[in-house]
Design a protein. Sequence first.
Length: 187
Amino acid sequence: MTDVLARNWGWVALRGVVAILFGLLTIVRPGITLSALLLLFGAFAIADGSFRLFSAFANRHDQPRWGALALGGLLGIVAGVIALVMPGVTGLVLLYVIAVWTIVTGAAEIAVAIELRKVITGEWALVVAGVLSILFGAFLVARPASGAIALALWIGIYAVALGIMLLVLAFRLRHWDHAHHAPPRSA
């Protein structure tokens, strides 16, 4: 699993950058309409899910445990498509779709981090990202009437925090990859 993630550290970093950009846009413009929020969330979930699926399937023969990453990617794409195809869906349904997606994604991230801890240090970044995802999903379930603007702010904060943790993990993976796959030195 570590080799797969380390070889694809750039995809992890790109996921982090996309999450940060999405989060900052949402924080800066919290008064966006629910329709715009649906479009932003749909695009983000599809992009994030696509990065995960590509990473999982590109290395499925090298790792027997690529399924958690692929499942998280597939759920992200499904959540994004639902948000884009059915824009008339009520805010409450959207809220629960987002909540379930973040909880499942968080659990998948923690599962991957447990595998990573056996071979690298710094896997805590993915654990923190997973815990943030689960806590955010639980908050949405517990406070469904919090309103579109509050939801937009929380989504923005969550996405920025997730993006930062993914960037930290990406650079730890890059370091690990260079340390374990460096060309031999000539004497």
